[in-house]
Design a protein around this ligand. Structure first.
Ligand code: AMP
Ligand code: GLY
Length: 425
């Protein structure tokens, strides 16, 4: 089978690493990929939202399966584009249709979905220019903190947690009247603040059945002790100790099963990943958000714990036979630590040479996020540059192993958080 992975981050490097181990993988292409994915297949220079370019790459390379990493092409309807084109319709695509991707692409859609299928989530209201005044009055009477969310995709920046009414009113105005998030913020969801500890769970569904992948917890803040601005993610761990059997039973009964049932009842053809961001409030799970893809850096701890052949799983998704799959999960602890460029998530430099990447140990893997190759050298090319994932019997040991590898890696301005998994140590 020839496979094309769309995307170019650590998530896609982890997909390439895992897919390349499958006996069914005869040709592997990654678009655009990075210096790390180049070791597992052929990188193709294109922008994942440029559907005609993706088509060309699929036709030229006789692709049998397309694995979509990021949310944007899914929300823009890449699955529908493939289905509608006779030259592409035979290709298996891992990812939901545009309608299914609305779970991530529209906060209002996902809140309505949860309300309809009685899935526990924070109470909310929707506002836009039409009911602006009603929204202002609603905000004034709202308990603090107030959570404002841009309806559409806003590159991870669309959620604002306000600690005062003045701040909430100002953000409300910026979003609805000054177009702070452009189209994405023309409608906003105002919701209650949920106080608890977060965990991410990952499903792969064929629309009728699903399998549960290992859960993970990510660390979004740039600074140790969860201080400073949000990033794309500074590290992740799996398993998450508090996501025990009793908790996961509640998650399955109250969240996973109704979500799969809801998608089916809505007539949505969902064949791909569902990433559910959960929060545990007084022992009970509530949904913070859905994503229509895997997480990054969560994939870099989830896939290393998956012992199944990933291509066999994907084939079962495409053929709606996931009920035939027996999951095989590595019981060991896995942690990943993300290395970023100095200045990130603000402005940062690119093009610094990375040394030490050939350092090898039995229990660690290096996944590239933002790198490129120039004249045989691997250079930094993004805010998040790479991550180091390690396996161990315990989480503290896994983290120690990753730090051990990180001592050998160097580039100008490099930074990483040393306290990943701190609550569980
Ligand atoms: P999202 O973009 O929906 O993932 O939100 C980003 C982050 O904002 C989440 O991971 C949470 O940490 C936080 N968040 C979102 N909604 C809420 C809420 N209702 N209560 C508390 N925190 C929230
Ligand atoms: N790490 C969070 C995300 O992928 O959305």
């Amino acid at each position: 089978m020839n496979i094309l992975i769309l995307g170019g981050g650590g998530r896609e490097h982890a997909f390439a690493w895992k897919i390349s181990q499958s006996p069914d993988c005869s040709g592997l292409f990654i678009a655009p990929g990075n210096a790390g994915t180049a070791a597992f297949g052929t990188n193709i220079e294109l922008i994942p939202t440029d559907f005609p370019a993706v088509k060309k790459a699929c036709v030229e390379n006789q692709i049998d399966m397309l694995v979509v990493g990021p949310e944007e092409p899914l929300v823009l309807g890449i699955v529908d584009f493939f289905t509608a084109d006779p030259e592409l319709s035979e290709i298996m695509v891992i990812g939901p249709t545009a309608q299914g991707a609305q779970l991530e692409g529209s906060k209002a859609f996902s809140k309505r979905f949860m309300q309809k299928y009685q899935i526990p989530t924070a109470g909310y209201r929707e506002f836009d220019a039409e009911n602006y005044t009603e929204g202002s009055d609603y905000l004034k009477a709202h308990s603090l903190p107030i959570v404002l969310k841009a309806d559409g995709l806003a590159a991870g920046k669309g959620v604002i947690i306000c600690n005062s009414h003045v701040e909430a009113m100002a953000e409300f105005e910026l979003m609805l009247q000054q177009n702070k998030f452009g189209e994405a913020g023309k409608r906003i969801v105002v919701e209650e603040f949920l106080d608890g500890i977060e965990v991410s769970i990952f499903l792969l569904t064929d629309g009728d059945h699903y399998v549960l992948l290992p859960e993970a917890k990510d660390y979004k803040k740039i600074g140790e002790g969860d201080k400073g601005p949000n990033t794309g993610g500074m590290g992740a761990v799996s398993p998450v100790p508090f996501a025990d059997k009793a908790f996961m039973k509640k998650v399955t009964d109250r969240i996973i099963e109704p979500s799969i049932r809801g998608l089916r009842e809505e007539g949505i053809d969902y064949r791909g990943f569902i990433f559910i961001g959960l929060i545990k409030v007084n022992g009970e799970p509530e949904v913070i958000e859905y994503n229509c893809r895997m997480g990054d850096p969560e994939t870099e701890v989830v896939l290393p714990r998956l012992k199944n052949d990933l291509l066999a799983l994907f084939r079962a998704v495409a053929e709606r036979k996931l009920d035939t799959i027996q999951m095989d999960i590595d019981p060991r602890a896995v942690a990943t630590m993300v290395v970023v460029s100095g200045g990130y998530p603000g402005s940062y430099e690119k093009g610094h040479t990375i040394s030490g990447l050939d350092y090898k140990t039995k229990d660690s893997l290096i996944f590239h996020s933002g790198t490129r190759i120039e004249q045989g050298k691997v250079l930094t090319q993004g805010g998040r540059v790479l991550c180091v994932t390690s396996y161990a019997e315990t989480l503290p040991e896994a983290i120690r192993k990753s730090i051990g590898v990180l001592h050998h890696i160097d580039f100008e301005g490099m930074y990483y958080r040393r306290d990943i998994g701190y609550e569980f140590l």
